[in-house]
Write a protein that binds this ligand. Sequence first.
Ligand code: BG6
Ligand code: MG
Length: 223
Amino acid sequence: MQTMWFDACIFDLDGVIVDTAKYHFLAWKRLADMLDIPFSEKENEKLKGVSRLASLEIILELSGKKYTDSEKAKFAEMKNTWYVEFVSRMTPSEILPGAIELLTDLKSHGIKTAIGSASKNTLLILEKVRMKDLFDTITDGNMVKSAKPDPEIFLVTASMLNVKPDKCIVFEDSVAGIKAAHKAGMYGIGVGNKEILIEADYVINDLSEMSFLKLTALKTINQ
Ligand code: BG6
Ligand code: MG
């Protein structure tokens, strides 16, 4: 059998597999409005891939005010309650284009697949869109201490898959996630806007632009 330059593909969840980035934004926007903090899609870009508490810190910084730890915990819980209301209503129709096809294609070629997401709601979402069984392993925000751009989540995922980091490809829609992939020694494919994901090794608009065959041609190794 031909040796591949990659053995596993690790997918971020929010904004790559499912269209939940919009729900994160709506829930943060509701909190920001409540606190009279100016917050738009532009500021939201910095929150992508970042953990819940780190996202809250970024928003509160825009207010110029100081909040206590218990206020912060209350705000994070409020945002999550609103977010969970949105995702609890999700159906498989919110799976992003090409996700199922790419996962099926990779599996049929013996490539391992995983989720590496900062979200503590990962399992709830995957159950709602009925995708849990398409991944060999699922690593989420409940299993790591450090948030992206720290590489911890991807290194834990690679070790659970029993695959070396340099044989993993990461699919990410966030700048923090691409940084995390690189720090983990992995190849990072950006999913989304080329002008934002400038550090990515390759950028696609969505997963329908990728296939096992295209991945094999992305990088050639001399061995
Ligand atoms: C990431 C999202 O996947 O998960 C971030 O891109 C989010 O926007 C983070 O803050 C944590 O998610 P959750 O569901 O645990 O609040
Ligand atoms: Mg994401």
